[in-house]
Design a binder for this molecule. Structure first.
Ligand SMILES: [Zn+2]
Length: 271
């Protein structure tokens, strides 16, 4: 088993070139993946194989895709205020499937708290209501983009208050108590499971890719019956192999671990 998980941020639109626009990069990368003869499999299938619940053949010569933060740019086509019309990530996946006939799937790790998203829409986007969750249920039902958890409020530094007890924000390393972990991880799963039933949230991606010993050695392994997370993802740049830790699975991040098709080609090259 050797599956690269590629991560994109649909909010990353600073221009209209591969290096400064994750929409341009995703569209190009899908073609590259197909040209290299690799399949795209759901992230949940990668976890199934890792946990011995599916045969390794299901992820042979495959990559998986994940999106972070869960704004409208994952789903809707949007006229960006400075960069013009942007095809949403879901549309890019559909275009690729229509052109090539290939199977395609992505997992969107969403920031769950509605209040946090309403503020982040103003502090990180253009303040036009582009971070609501109305698309999550149709996305989950269609089966093209799965919805999973990226925490309750990302412990984001632009929020007036977060679920971190001492307001040490801008990092996820400070989520190191039972109460804070429940507020960020269990509360998020509860909310998603209520809204997206019968889908059950079982995957988690650490905000900023950051974790700590409490989360990795105690909270996630010892309280699984309560938070229901099957596997968690960080951002160590490596493929998922059978030796990987289920509580801190690696992912490559577009714009940080690769910035051009040639760099991606090296990451996904099969041995
Ligand atoms: Zn994030």
């Amino acid at each position: 088993m050797r599956v690269p998980v590629l991560t994109y941020h649909s909010n990353n639109v600073a221009g209209n070139d591969y290096a400064d626009n994750d929409h341009v990069a995703l569209a190009a990368d899908l073609r590259l993946i197909a040209r290299r003869g690799l399949r795209i499999v759901p992230l949940a299938t990668v976890v199934d194989v890792l946990l011995g619940e599916a045969p390794a053949s299901e992820v042979a010569r495959a990559v998986a895709l994940s999106f972070d933060d869960g704004s409208w740019f994952d789903w809707h086509d949007i006229d960006h205020p400075t960069c013009g019309p942007q095809r949403g990530f879901a549309g890019i996946l559909r275009d690729f499937a229509a052109d090539t006939g290939a199977a395609v799937h992505a997992t969107s790790f969403v920031i769950v708290s509605p209040q946090a998203r309403a503020t982040l829409d103003r502090t990180c986007l253009a303040g036009r209501g582009w971070w609501d969750d109305a698309w999550w249920r149709p996305a989950q039902q269609e089966g093209l983009v799965a919805i999973e958890s990226h925490s309750w409020d990302h412990n984001h530094h632009t929020l007036p208050v977060t679920a971190q007890h001492a307001q040490r924000t801008g990092t996820f390393r400070t989520i190191d108590t039972r109460a804070d972990a429940d507020a960020q991880i269990r509360q998020a799963a509860d909310w998603l499971d209520r809204r997206l039933a019968p889908h059950r949230t079982t995957l988690f991606a650490f905000p900023y890719g950051e974790s700590n010993d409490y989360l990795l050695r105690e909270y996630l392994p010892r309280h699984a019956g309560e938070h229901r997370v099957r596997a968690a993802f960080g951002t160590d740049p490596a493929p998922v192999e059978l030796t990987a830790s289920r509580w801190n699975l690696p992912r490559y991040v577009c714009g940080s671990h690769w910035r051009s098709p040639a760099e991606l080609e090296r990451l996904i090259a099969t041995r």
